[in-house]
Design a protein. Structure first.
Lengths: 236, 236
DNA sequence: GTCACTTAATGACCATCAGTCATTTTAATT
DNA sequence: AATTAAAATGACTGATGGTCATTAAGTGAC
C-alpha cells in the first residue's frame, strides 16, 4: 500500500527531526542540562509527542549514540575499499577515530555516556543499544581485519593473536582519544597543560609505540612515514 | 583551644561519616539512582545537614572521587619505596591500576564521571576537583619518574620524551582499565564476550606491546618474566 | 458527502527529587 | 539560669521526567 509506505516514511522523518533537534540541544549543553520540553520545543512538537517516538530520555540519547557510531563505522568501512597494507590500515583507523572525535565531540560524549551506563537490563531492552553494540563489534572486526591483512602482507608481526591485539589497540586508542576529547572541550587537565602536551604529538608517539611493538622490521620505515590522508568524518 | 580542636575533629568526622554513607548508597546503585534523602537516611542525618557539609550532589560525588584518587596515589607512591628498575615500575603501575579498578569499581566509576564533567567553572570552583586534578598530575609524575629511572638504569629506550611517553602510557592504560571495568561490572560488551577475551591476557599483551615498544633489548627478558607482586589496593 | 474508526499529537497533570530556609535543638559561655 | 553561637532539622519550592485523557487529522466504507 502506498499510503502505508508514505506513513512509514513520514514517521521515520519525524523521528529524524526529533533526533536533529535533540542533538542541537544536547550537544550544546549536555544531557544533564537539557530538558525534554526544550527538545520538544526545538523540534516544534509537544513533549508528549517525543515520548511517542522514544521511550524515555536515555533511549533518545542512545538513538543519538547509534547515529554517531553509524557515522564512525562508515568512515572505517571506507578505508578498506582503498589499497593499503595492514599496518597502514591500523594507522588510518587511529587517524579516523581521532578526526571523528575532533569533529564530533558531541557524539563522542554520547559514546562515553553509553559506556558508563550500568543498567544491564535497560541496555538489553534497547534496540538502539543493540545497534551500538553491533557497531562496536564491527569496529573491532575492522581492526582484526587490518591486523590479519598486515600479518599476511608481512607488515605486522604474527606472533600475536589478532583478536587479542585488536581489542588491545582498540582500548588504548580509546584512551588516547579520550584525552584528545578532554583537551578539545577544554576540560581542565592540569598535567597536560603544564607539560604542554599536544594531542597530535601524543598520537604520533602512540603510533610510534604501537608500530614498534607490532610492525615487522621491514614495515617499520614505511609506518613511520605514512602519509596523513585526511578523511572526512563529519556527517553530511 | 581544646574545644575548638575537638569541634573541628567532630566536624571532620561527620563529613567522613556522610561520605561513608554516600559511598554505600552510590556504589550500590549509581549516582543517577541515588537520592540525597536516601544518603541522609543512611548517614542518620537530615537532608539539610548534608548540605551543610557539601554544596550539592556533584560536590559530594567529587569528594568521593577525591577519596578514590587519594587511595590510588598512595598505592603508586608505595612502590617507589622498593628497589625496582624503571621498566619494573611501569609494569607495577599498570598492575596496581588494574587491581584498583577490580577492587574499587565504585571509585573508578567516579573517576569516569569526573572526567565527563564539562562545566569548567564548576570544576575550577571545587576544592575537591582541584585535589583530584592534583592527584592526576601526581600520578602522571609517578609515571614520568618511572620512565626516567628506566632511562637511567638502561631498561627503557631513551629516544622518547619521558613526559610525552608518560601521558601516552597513562592514557592507554586508562583505556585498558576501562575495558576491564566494563567486563567487571557486567556491562554488555558483545565483542569481548564473543571473542572470549580475558582481562588478564589483555593486560599481559598490553605490557608485552608497550614493553616491546619502549624497553631496551637488554631489559626485554626481565620485563617479560617480572613477578606479579600483589599490592593491596583496597582501602583500610 | 458523511460517518465510524484509526492514528497522531497535545498539554495539563503527577510524582520525584535537588536544593533552601525559617525554626528548633544542642552546646558553650557568662 | 540566662545568653549566645553553632548545628541540625524537615517542611517547602521549583524544576523536570514521564503519563494519560482528550482533541485533531486522516482514512476508507457506504
Amino acid at each position: 500500500m502506498g499510503i502505508e509506505d508514505r506513513k512509514a516514511r513520514e514517521k521515520e522523518k519525524r523521528r529524524e527531526q526529533i533526533l536533529d533537534a535533540a542533538e542541537e540541544v544536547i550537544f550544546g549543553k549536555g544531557i544533564e542540562q537539557s530538558t525534554m520540553s526544550e527538545i520538544a520545543e526545538k523540534a516544534e512538537l509537544s513533549k508528549g509527542t517525543i515520548y511517542l517516538y522514544f521511550k524515555n530520555k536515555n533511549e533518545l540519547y542512545l538513538a543519538i549514540t547509534q547515529r554517531g557510531s553509524d557515522i564512525l563505522n562508515d568512515c572505517f568501512a571506507r578505508i578498506f575499499a582503498g589499497d593499503h597494507t595492514g599496518i597502514e590500515l591500523i594507522r588510518l583507523i587511529g587517524e579516523i577515530y581521532l578526526d571523528f572525535v575532533r569533529s564530533n565531540p558531541g557524539y563522542f560524549k554520547a559514546f562515553q555516556f553509553y559506556e558508563s551506563m550500568n543498567d544491564v537490563d535497560e541496555l538489553r531492552n534497547s534496540e538502539y543499544a543493540q545497534c551500538c553494540e553491533d557497531n562496536r563489534c564491527e569496529a573491532i572486526n575492522f581492526m582484526i581485519r587490518a591486523l590479519q591483512i598486515g600479518m599476511q602482507d608481512g607488515t605486522i608481526d604474527d606472533s600475536y593473536d589478532p583478536k587479542e591485539l585488536a581489542v588491545l589497540i582498540w582500548s588504548s586508542t580509546r584512551g588516547i582519544t579520550t584525552v584528545s576529547y578532554m583537551k578539545g572541550v577544554g576540560h581542565y587537565f592540569k598535567a597536560l597543560d603544564e607539560m604542554e602536551i599536544k594531542t597530535d604529538s601524543l598520537f604520533e608517539n602512540f603510533l610510534k609505540l604501537v608500530g614498534t611493538g607490532i610492525a615487522t622490521e621491514k614495515a617499520r620505515k614505511q609506518w613511520m612515514t605514512a602519509s596523513h590522508k585526511k578523511i572526512e568524518t563529519t556527517k553530511d
